[in-house]
Design a protein. Structure first.
Lengths: 231, 220
């Protein structure tokens, strides 16, 4: 991203700040990039220093990044939901002890140590938030999207989830009760969306293709068979 | 920030990348790898993030909040001393000072088992049974405090109903203050959205509350 020394960026940055109060759009663009370069250099310096002092291992950093980029994501949660749709005993287990039921599929650990599953019904739609920070069930959904961590979502979904849902293109029947789950402790919530119509006889693998990340947060619904066929 | 007005619409981006800049993934990884050393708890790092001045917190972006909090913790725990990062960047010098970490270096082969194990916070109950039972009415206390708490302002002084007893969990408020785990009973409490907000498109809002957040309400 940058081949310059940190000092070059610092002086460039302060020059922009001090002498260009009325920025053009192009100027702002330059400014943003130099600013990001400053942060990139700052992070690299911090990482190198911590490695040099023996606090962290660079191979472990790569393994951590690989885990969340390539191994853990919403496909895990989709397998949980598909199994819950397919296997009534698993659905009962998931509602009674989600941590154990989800662990039986191999999804455990950090930010999913204590799981609760909340199942949508024709009468009730569940939606999950962390108003205090960004708590999210990592083992089943991976890292949260930006909007989940944003002030608009965190502030509004506890008060007016219906209008937030419209921003996701979701409109529920007026009589549907919306239940909001604010993740204030170390319990993490996974929404089990309703099984779409027209999926009788489908295998777990087929069903999993209908389960979106947002449907497991509650800002979406599972896809219909025709939506998948179109994709 | 539950219930605070004025932040505008939510802007979901279906094609959003997992990280927007390469350094964001590094911040995540460094934070997790340093967290594994046991110099601070998860609640301390949450407190460090929410202690960032509100103006910055709302504008600098998620992983810059993480970066700032990480730098603040490294400084507070004397892992990195004043001016050391600048000297390292400019001259490549590293001080001989080392802080003793409670936990060993996280190595690559330990990453998968460490993440899969996580850090459960449920503890063996001591000091008696849970004070509240499902179905019972409770009131969320009013807490004027600048310290870390996980009791959202928007439920404070409101009445709700115990829905579930999750167990006996490490108490975030105590742990963030460096006072140890001090586990407490943890409950799920249902609040009527209309009572919280006056008008709401939600039917109910559920919050996880440790016992010290709650007081009994006498049935009338």
């Amino acid at each position: 991203m940058s081949h310059n020394k940190p000092g070059d960026h610092r002086s460039h940055h302060s020059h922009d700040d001090e002498h260009s109060p009325a920025s053009t759009h192009d100027h702002n663009h330059d400014h943003d990039h130099s600013h990001l370069d400053v942060i990139a250099v700052r992070v690299r310096s911090l990482q190198s220093l911590l490695v040099a002092k023996g606090y962290i291992d660079p191979d472990a950093l790569n393994a951590l990044i690989d885990t969340y980029e390539n191994q853990i994501g919403p496909r895990n949660g989709a397998r949980v939901v598909a199994k819950a749709w397919h296997d009534p005993d698993f659905f009962i287990w998931l509602n009674a002890d989600a941590t154990a039921a989800i662990a039986s599929l191999g999804f455990t650990g950090r930010q999913g140590e204590h799981m609760v599953a909340v199942a949508n019904t024709p009468d009730t739609h569940n939606i999950v938030v962390c108003t205090l920070c960004s708590c999210y069930p990592w083992p089943v959904l991976g890292l949260p999207p930006s909007w989940y961590k944003s002030a608009p979502y965190r502030s509004r979904v506890v008060q007016d989830p219906a209008s937030v849902l419209t921003e996701f293109g979701v409109t529920l029947p007026a009589e549907t009760h919306i239940t909001v789950w604010d993740s204030t402790a170390e319990v993490r919530y996974l929404v089990i969306p309703m099984r779409p119509a027209g999926t009788e006889g489908w295998s777990e693998e087929q069903l999993a293709t209908l389960v979106t990340r947002d449907s497991m947060i509650g800002t979406g619904q599972a896809l219909s068979p025709s939506q998948v066929a179109l994709a | 920030m539950g219930g605070v007005a004025g932040f505008g619409p939510v802007s979901p981006d279906p094609d959003e990348p997992l990280f927007h800049e390469p350094w964001e993934r590094d911040v995540l990884a460094i934070t997790l790898a340093m967290g594994a050393r046991g110099l601070w708890t998860l609640d301390e790092s949450r407190f460090a993030r929410e202690s960032i001045p509100a103006n910055d917190y709302l504008t600098i972006g998620y992983y810059r909040i993480w970066l700032q909090a990480l730098e603040d913790l490294l400084s507070a725990k004397a892992v990195i001393t004043k001016g050391e990062l600048e000297r390292f960047a400019d001259e490549g010098t590293v001080s001989a000072d080392r802080v003793r970490c409670p936990k060993p270096l996280l190595q690559a082969e330990s990453v998968a088992p460490a993440l899969a194990a996580g850090a459960p916070v449920d503890r063996e109950p001591e000091g008696g049974a849970a004070k509240f039972q499902p179905g019972q009415r409770v009131r969320a206390r009013h807490k004027e405090s600048t310290a870390h708490t996980r009791l959202p302002a928007y439920v404070q002084s409101h009445c709700g109903e115990i829905v579930a007893v999750h167990g006996y969990h490490v108490f975030a408020d105590a742990q963030a203050a460096g006072e140890g785990e001090s586990p407490q009973w943890l409950y799920n409490v249902r609040f009527c959205a209309e009572k919280l907000w006056g008008e709401s498109s939600a039917r109910s809002v559920h919050i996880d509350c440790w016992e010290p957040y709650l007081e009994a309400v006498s049935d009338e």
